[in-house]
Design a protein around this ligand. Structure first.
Ligand code: C2O
Ligand code: CU
Length: 661
C-alpha cells in the first residue's frame, strides 16, 4: 500500500477511535447517572454492560490498527510518523488508563474514556494542524490539553455524579480551548517574526545575512550575492538579447485571445546560442506593474544572474532595466521566466525558451522547441493553440524539445514514428526506442525527444489539448491519428539506460558519498498541507517542515559539500521540486534507485513519495529551492539553499515590492 493510501486510512481509523471512546464515555456516564450505585457517595461505578465492553474492544482494535499503520509508514520515512507517534503514545496511555478504570469500576471510568476520545482528537490535530516535525512546545502543550481535559472531567464527575452532562461540557471546553490555543500558536508561527527571508539554517550558520546582524566580530565578512556575477569570457562570441516585459493582447490561434504579460510576444524571444557563447541580456520592464525579473530555469548561472527578486536582485519596476551576462557553459534545453510574483507573472506569459547547442553545432537536421503553456483553458504549444507544421523530409533526424511552463505535469503523445528520449532537463540520456508511448514532463521540466522522419507525417500533440499539435511533414501530407494519451508514459526511473552527468568530478563525489553514506549535509524536507499564516493572511498553506516562506530555515552548505536532500511528500498533490543553480542526481525514489543515474533540476514528488537526491555545492550563492507549481510556491512552499559566507543585500518586500513567489 502506498504511503498516501496509508495516511488516508490512518485518518479514518483515528476518527473512528475518537468516536468509539466518546460513545463509551457517554454510555458509561449515562448508566452511572441513572444507576443506583452512583447515588451512594464513594460507591463504585455501575457495572459496564456487554455493549460497553464491545466499545472497549473496538477502541483497542483501532489503537492496534493505528500502531500497524504507523509502523508501515515509519518504514517509508520517519517524517510520516513524527507527529503520529507522539499522538499514538498519548492515545495508548489514555486508553490503558480508561480500560483499567472501567474494569475496576472506578467512578472516573467515564472521564478516562472521555480522555481517550480527546487524545484521539489530539492525535488528529497533531497531524492536520501541527505537522511534522512537531515542535517540542506544541507536543507538550497538546499533551497538557489532553491531561487537563481528563482531570476536569474526572473532578466534575466525582462531585456531580448525577450530572454527567456538566462533566462532559466542562472537559470538552477545556480540551477545545487548550487545543485551539496550540493551534493558533502553530498556525501563526512565523507570522510575528520579522519580515524578510531567513538565511539562518539549522544550527550555526556563521556568515549568513541573518547571522551577521548579531555575529561576533570574529565572523569573516560575507560576500553579497550580487557580487557573485562570474566573469563572462571577454573573447567569446556574444549573444545579445533584449527582453521587453509588457502587457499584450495575444491571438492564440484556434479563435482564442488572451490578455497576456510577455517578454515580447508569446513565449518571448526564443534564445538559441552555442556552448561557450556569452549570453548578454537586457531586461526592460515596459509596463508590468507587478515588476519582473529573468530567471534561467535549470541553468548553472552565477548567483547574481539568478533573477530572484528579494534574493539576488530587486524586482525591475516599469521603466527600469536590468542587465546581466554569463557564459553558457552547458548545452541543452532550458527556459527562462520571471521570478517576481511568479505565480501570476509566469502564468500570464512571462517566459521564454533557451536552447544551447553543443560546441560542435546543432546535431539534428530539424530542431524544434515546443514550450507548452496553458492560458485559462487554452493549451498553447509554442505560440499557437492550433495545428502547426514543420517541414521535414523522409530520412531526416528530428529533435523536439518539450518544455513544460505550466503548474501541472503535461503529457505529450507522438504519432507516426517510433522515438527516443534524448535528454532530460538538458542532460543527455540514452533510452530504448518507444512506440505509441506518451511522454510526461514535470512542471518546469524538459524532455527532448528524437525520431527519424518516415515517409508519412509525424505529429507531436499536447494530450491536454484537442487541437495543439506540431506536425512534421513534407508538403501537406495529412497528420496521423493521435496516439493513445492514457497509455504507458516513458518513465525516467526505469527507462533510461545511460546518462551524462554534468561533469565527471561531480558524479564521482556523489558516488563516493552515496557509497559511504558520508554526506556533508543531510537535510530532510517534509512537504505538507497545513493551516498557516502566509503574508499575514490565514491560508490552507503548502508547508516545508511545518513552516511557510519566508520562514522556512535555509539549508546551509559550504562550497564543495556533497549534499543529500530527502523530500517526503505528506500531501496528496504532486510537488515538482526545483533547486536553483544545481543539478541533482536522483539517488532513490521510495527506497529504489533509478535504473540508471538520473540528473535533473526539476522532479515530481508524487503523493506519499520519498525522493532522495544529491548534489555537489559547486556554485556559491543563495539559491531558491521550491515547488514549481507556482500556486503552491505562493502559498508557502519555498526555501533556500544558502552558502555559508554569502549574504544578500536584498529583502522580501521592501520598496521594490520583492515577492519572488
Ligand atoms: Cu523555474 Cu525558481 O524557478
Ligand atoms: Cu507543490
Amino acid at each position: 500500500m502506498s504511503s498516501a493510501v496509508l495516511q488516508l486510512l490512518w485518518g479514518a481509523v483515528v476518527l473512528a477511535a475518537a468516536a468509539t471512546w466518546a460513545l463509551l464515555a457517554v454510555r458509561l456516564g449515562r448508566t452511572d447517572g441513572r444507576g443506583s450505585a452512583s447515588r451512594t457517595r464513594g460507591a463504585r461505578s455501575a457495572r459496564p454492560g456487554p455493549g460497553d465492553w464491545g466499545l472497549v474492544a473496538a477502541g483497542a482494535a483501532l489503537l492496534a490498527a493505528r500502531g500497524g499503520i504507523v509502523a508501515a509508514l515509519a518504514a517509508a520515512s520517519v517524517v510520516f510518523v513524527q507527529d503520529r507517534a507522539w499522538g499514538l503514545a498519548l492515545s495508548a496511555v489514555t486508553a490503558v488508563a480508561a480500560v483499567a478504570a472501567i474494569a475496576l469500576r472506578l467512578r472516573v471510568g467515564p472521564a478516562f474514556a472521555g480522555g481517550a476520545a480527546v487524545a484521539a482528537g489530539a492525535e488528529l490535530m497533531l497531524v492536520v494542524v501541527v505537522g511534522a516535525p512537531v515542535p517540542l512546545w506544541a507536543g507538550l502543550a497538546v499533551t497538557a490539553a489532553v491531561v487537563a481535559a481528563t482531570v476536569v472531567w474526572a473532578f466534575v464527575r466525582l462531585g456531580t455524579g448525577r450530572r454527567p452532562l456538566a462533566a462532559t461540557i466542562a472537559a470538552a471546553t477545556v480540551a477545545v480551548a487548550a487545543l485551539a490555543a496550540v493551534g493558533v500558536g502553530v498556525v501563526g508561527r512565523g507570522a510575528l517574526a520579522q519580515e524578510g527571508f531567513q538565511t539562518h539554517g539549522h544550527g550555526a550558520a556563521p556568515g549568513t545575512a541573518a547571522a551577521d546582524a548579531v555575529a561576533p566580530p570574529a565572523t569573516p565578512p560575507s560576500i553579497p550575492v550580487s557580487q557573485l556575477a562570474g566573469e563572462p569570457d571577454a573573447g567569446a562570441p556574444r549573444v545579445s538579447v533584449v527582453l521587453r516585459a509588457q502587457r499584450q493582447t495575444i491571438d492564440l490561434g484556434a479563435g482564442a485571445a488572451v490578455e497576456a504579460w510577455t517578454f515580447g510576444g508569446l513565449a518571448g524571444p526564443a534564445i538559441v546560442a552555442t556552448e561557450g557563447d556569452v549570453l548578454d541580456v537586457t531586461l526592460e520592464n515596459v509596463d508590468v506593474e507587478a515588476g519582473v525579473t529573468a530567471h534561467w530555469h535549470g541553468y548553472p548561472v552565477p548567483a547574481a544572474a539568478d533573477g530572484v527578486a528579494g534574493v539576488t536582485q530587486d524586482a525591475v519596476r516599469p521603466g527600469e532595466s536590468f542587465r546581466t551576462a554569463f557564459t553558457l557553459t552547458r548545452p541543452g534545453t532550458y527556459w527562462y521566466h520571471t521570478h517576481q510574483r511568479g505565480s501570476e507573472g509566469v502564468v500570464r506569459g512571462l517566459y521564454g525558451t533557451l536552447v544551447v547547442q553543443p560546441a560542435g553545432g546543432q546535431a539534428e537536421d530539424v530542431d524544434v522547441v515546443l514550450p507548452v503553456h496553458t492560458f485559462g483553458r487554452t493549451v498553447v504549444l509554442g505560440d499557437s493553440a492550433g495545428e502547426q507544421r514543420t517541414t521535414a523530409r523522409e530520412g531526416q533526424s528530428v529533435r523536439v524539445r518539450l518544455i513544460n511552463t505550466d503548474q501541472q505535469p503535461q503529457r505529450f503523445t507522438v504519432a507516426g514514428a517510433p522515438f527516443r528520449v534524448l535528454a532530460l532537463d538538458g542532460a543527455d540520456v540514452e533510452t530504448h526506442e518507444a512506440r505509441d508511448a506518451a511522454v510526461e514532463v514535470p512542471a518546469g521540466g524538459r524532455v527532448d525527444i528524437g525520431f527519424r522522419m518516415p515517409q508519412a507525417a509525424v505529429a507531436v500533440r499536447a494530450a491536454a489539448s484537442g487541437t495543439a499539435a506540431m506536425v512534421f511533414a513534407t508538403g501537406d501530407s495529412p497528420a496521423p491519428a493521435a496516439a493513445a494519451k492514457d497509455g504507458r508514459a516513458f518513465d525516467p526511473l526505469t527507462d533510461v539506460t545511460a546518462s551524462a552527468p554534468p561533469d565527471a568530478a561531480t558524479a564521482a563525489a556523489i558516488a563516493r558519498a552515496a557509497a559511504s553514506g558520508g554526506f556533508d549535509v543531510d537535510e530532510t524536507y517534509a512537504l505538507d498541507r497545513l493551516p498557516r499564516v502566509v503574508g499575514g493572511v490565514p491560508q490552507y498553506a503548502y508547508t516545508v517542515n511545518g513552516a511557510v516562506y519566508p520562514f522556512v530555515p535555509s539549508t546551509v552548505v559550504g562550497e564543495g559539500d556533497v549534499v543529500r536532500l530527502t523530500v517526503v511528500n505528506r500531501g496528496f498533490e504532486t510537488h515538482p521540486m526545483h533547486p536553483h543553480g544545481h543539478t541533482v542526481r536522483v539517488l532513490a525514489v521510495d527506497g529504489a534507485a533509478p535504473a540508471s543515474p538520473l540528473w535533473l533540476d526539476t522532479f515530481d514528488v508524487g503523493p506519499g513519495e520519498v525522493w532522495e537526491v544529491a548534489f555537489v555545492a559547486d556554485n556559491p550563492g543563495i539559491w531558491m529551492d521550491h515547488c514549481h507549481n507556482l500556486e503552491h510556491a505562493a502559498l508557502g512552499m519555498v526555501m533556500h539553499i544558502a552558502y555559508r559566507g554569502v549574504s544578500t543585500p536584498f529583502a522580501h518586500g521592501g520598496p521594490a515590492g520583492n515577492a519572488p513567489e
